[in-house]
Design a protein around this ligand. Structure first.
Ligand SMILES: C[S@@+](CC[C@H](N)C(=O)[O-])C[C@H]1O[C@@H](n2cnc3c(N)ncnc32)[C@H](O)[C@@H]1O
Length: 218
């Protein structure tokens, strides 16, 4: 894998990474993501169902990956997925071909969404904030495109609340980031608190590694 930038970030402790880095990471991982999606769902399906099950209207999935979350939405929703990786979107396209919802996918940067203000009733994102080069910018964009009375639903992973697991995550954080462009010991609530979004409700599960967040636009 070629990574362009090796300068450590003073803000995060991780070295900076660029959109090109992320694209390269997920170009390499697209097929694995599709093949291993059953495992992803086995671990996270119940959390997706609980958080996204009552999403309404026109729904934007930011960093949609292979479209894993689409099936947890109601049939009467319209699903719009965006991802920076064309390779991942090709897998998503095949998987969502017979989806019951109206579905559209776009190659797009979460940090610079090409949608007008207030164009979605619900914005969802799962296990993706950790990979966005500028997480606060991406959250701010989610708020901008969400209707003022809409909801932003984030399923995040981060640093465990269990000491030994958290220490293992800290120890492997750089290696994990290098391979997956993913900050696996992030604090999702702290990242949202830095953004213009307002957290309405949150809960954690799986040794504190999974955080479900309901937020509202500013
Ligand atoms: C760990 S995967 C999660 C995929 C999916 N949401 C899920 O729940 O399994 C992270 C996804 O975010 C995408 N991504 C990373 N940075 C992005 C950006 N700046 N804009 C859009 N998508 C991005 C990656 O290409 C990848 O598909």
């Amino acid at each position: 894998m070629s990574k362009n930038n090796t300068r450590p970030s003073m803000l995060t402790g991780y070295r900076d990474h660029t959109l090109a880095d992320v694209k390269e990471t997920y170009r390499e991982q697209a097929t694995t993501m599709a093949n291993m999606d059953w495992l992803n769902q086995a671990f996270t399906g119940r959390y997706r169902r609980a958080l996204f099950g009552d999403a309404t209207g026109r729904v934007l999935d930011v960093g949609c990956g292979v479209g894993t979350s689409a099936q947890y939405l109601g049939r009467d929703t319209e699903y719009v997925g965006i991802d920076i990786s064309d390779a991942v979107l090709t897998e998503a396209e095949q998987r969502l071909d017979d989806s019951p919802q109206e579905t559209t996918l776009y190659e797009m940067d979460a940090q610079d969404l090409d949608f007008p203000n207030d164009s979605f009733d619900t914005v969802i994102s799962s296990l993706s904030t950790c990979t966005f080069p500028n997480r606060v910018e991406a959250l701010s964009e989610m708020g901008r495109v969400c209707a003022p009375d809409g909801r932003i639903l984030l399923l995040e992973h981060g640093r465990s609340s269990v000491g030994p697991i958290a220490r293992f995550q800290d120890w492997r954080a750089d290696a994990h980031f290098e391979k997956h462009s993913c900050r696996w010991n992030q604090d999702p609530l702290a990242v949202v608190a830095e953004s213009p979004l307002t957290t309405i409700e949150s809960s954690s599960a799986f040794f504190g590694m999974i955080t479900a967040i309901e937020a509202r636009p500013a």
